[in-house]
Design a protein around this ligand. Structure first.
Ligand code: GLC
Ligand code: CA
Length: 566
């Protein structure tokens, strides 16, 4: 067998890791105030360990008035009061480390809360030493050039502030003013804060909208159309890479840690500028191209998938290709900003829910990229689909609704759309068991628990060998046992098949064939070779059928006897 892959890529623990993302507010409540907390995660440490994951990424756990659930930080060195105290954090970190699991924190450095001491100082007067920690536009210069804000009710990123007769910039909500990275003092504060957590022993950072930190501070006029593609405009700041290299020199390079950028607006042609190891910036970045894939028009959706699988395959294959000689990729299908994986990319109808969820898990854990797996997906949690706006909590969902109300838009259509896309679908409390509130809390949960927890919960699945939960565990073990699933060369086969995603993963040791039916119908596939005598390593139908067409949402991984492609 020829050697394609393994030897050219440098082995690293963070390439072999499976990352498990926990949204702390929804994981487990330990004091019955209805809000998940660090004590709750501590109670579930043995569960986390039992999954076989290597790294936990926590969404922000720092002091925050929670305008955007912790993405508006008022003190970067304190624990959010809802979540506990520093001693809880220390206990959690220790508990994870004792179990051989690493901890990655969320670094929110593009903006702070307006309740951060820096901002209170900054807005107090134009002469305040913290004035330049943020972006201000003096009112005597007139209206600032329009900038789109994603969470603002009026989509306006400039907010007038009377105290100093000036506007401040906020790409996100009014309570999330953007930090001014031009200011070396601010950058130093951020780096020191990072050292503070790293010295405590944390194992890395997921960097929130890090692609936005550099701005052209002349704020040239942008075409109004920038509203449609603001991510790309905001991701191309002039000094972005200078700052990331400085951060690497000052902080990251001093530790053996995992770093991953949220790649808002970052395109294929830009990604190596972040993750090419010779540039000394970051290790990984997660892109939005996959999760941004649009649904097909209704008449073309039958049978599932609702999106064009050929496009889906093209996107993931092209992203794989970029990292064939440099850098390293990530893969995910769900997170706290997305609907539930099974609802969005699989099929959550009762007869297909577990099959399609396992099929997607097979995909995530058999690609050449570090998987970021979102807590709750292992038990196939699905969208809650609120029909009442009052049930929602997410600032993005609420503010857009308010905007429609003010402007007289179509609220009904919007609510229908939110059933599929609101971020709250991915934020409902974890379904531990079939008791009231799913074992998440004995209080009133901050966001409603999905009523389907009576059937869909971790406890039932724990005792069922064939459950999604146990399938996830088996897939993780398989990835650990077969390094070809991590490092092996990826080759897409049967490219134009609209229902089946087929690929091989080859290393010096072995060749694996992955067959995934993304549709609710039986589907055939065609291969350039015979594989009848291969060994079936895993199958989501609990039998050993390895020839013939794939049943609805069937997933198989087959170890080939000989490498047919070399
Ligand atoms: C990122 C986070 C999202 C947050 C936003 C602003 O996209 O993932 O949850 O609302 O940044 O911080
Ligand atoms: Ca609590």
């Amino acid at each position: 067998m020829t050697n394609k892959g393994l030897s050219s890529i440098k082995r690293e623990w963070w390439k072999e890791a499976v990352v498990y993302q926990i949204y702390p507010r929804s994981f487990q409540d330990s004091n019955n105030d209805g809000i998940g907390d660090l004590g709750g995660i501590i109670q579930r440490l043995d569960y986390i360990k039992s999954l076989g994951v290597d790294v936990v990424w926590l969404n922000p756990i720092f002091s925050s008035p929670n305008d955007d659930n912790g993405y508006d930080i008022s003190d970067y060195r304190q624990i959010m009061s809802d979540f506990g105290k520093m001693h809880d954090f220390d206990e959690l970190l220790q508990g994870l480390h004792e179990r051989g699991i690493k901890l990655v924190l969320d670094l929110v450095a593009n903006h702070s809360s307006d309740e951060h001491e820096w901002f209170k100082q900054s807005r107090s007067s134009r002469n305040n030493p913290c004035r330049d920690y943020y972006h201000w536009w003096p009112a005597e210069k007139g209206q600032p050039p329009h900038r789109f804000s994603i969470f603002d009710v009026h989509s306006d990123a400039w907010m007038y502030d009377e105290a100093s007769n000036a506007y401040y910039l906020h790409y996100f909500s009014r309570k999330q003013p953007d930090l001014n990275w031009e200011n070396p003092k601010l950058r130093k504060e951020i780096y020191e804060m990072m050292h503070f957590w790293l010295k405590k022993g944390v194992d890395g950072f997921r960097m929130d909208v890090i692609s936005f930190i550099s701005k052209d501070t002349d704020f040239p006029e942008l075409p109004f159309s920038h509203e449609q593609e603001f991510l790309q405009h905001y991701a191309k700041g002039p000094k972005l890479h200078e700052y990331l290299q400085e951060m690497n020199r000052e902080v990251l390079s001093h530790y053996d840690i995992l770093t991953v950028a949220e790649g808002a607006g970052v395109k294929r042609e830009d990604v190596l500028n972040f993750v090419d190891e010779d540039r000394g910036e970051l290790q990984m970045l997660y892109h939005f191209e996959g999760t941004d894939l649009k649904n097909l028009p209704w008449e073309n959706q039958q049978p599932n998938p609702r999106y064009d699988l050929r496009e889906f395959k093209r996107i993931y294959s092209e992203w794989d290709e970029i990292f064939s000689s440099k850098g390293w990729g990530t893969i995910y299908l769900g997170n706290h900003d997305q609907p539930r994986m099974v609802s969005r990319w699989g099929n959550d109808a009762p007869e297909f829910r577990f099959l399609s969820s396992k099929m997607l898990t097979t995909f995530l854990l058999s690609m050449r990229a570090t998987p970021f797996y979102y807590a709750g997906d292992e038990i196939a949690m699905s969208n809650i689909r609120f029909s009442n706006i009052d049930d929602y909590n997410d600032i993005a969902t609420l503010n857009k609704y308010r905007k429609l109300e003010e402007e007289g838009g179509d609220e009904y259509t919007y609510l229908e759309e939110m059933k599929e896309f609101s971020r709250d679908n991915g934020r409902t409390p974890i379904q531990w068991d079939s008791s009231v509130n799913a074992g998440f809390t004995n209080g009133k949960p901050w966001l409603k628990v999905n009523p389907d927890h009576l059937e869909v919960n971790a406890e039932v699945q724990e005792n069922d060998e064939s459950s999604s939960l146990n399938y996830f565990r088996r897939m993780i073990q398989l990835r650990k046992d077969h390094k070809a699933m991590v490092y092996g060369k990826y080759t897409l086969l049967d490219k134009l098949n609209p229902a089946v995603y087929t690929y091989t993963r080859e290393s010096e040791e072995e060749a694996l064939l992955v067959l995934l039916n993304f549709s609710q119908k039986e589907a055939g596939f065609s291969l350039p070779f015979e594989f009848g005598d291969g060994i079936l390593l895993i199958n989501n139908y609990n039998d050993d059928l390895k020839t013939g067409a794939l049943r609805p949402y069937e997933a198989r991984i087959i170890q080939l006897k000989t490498n047919p492609l070399s």
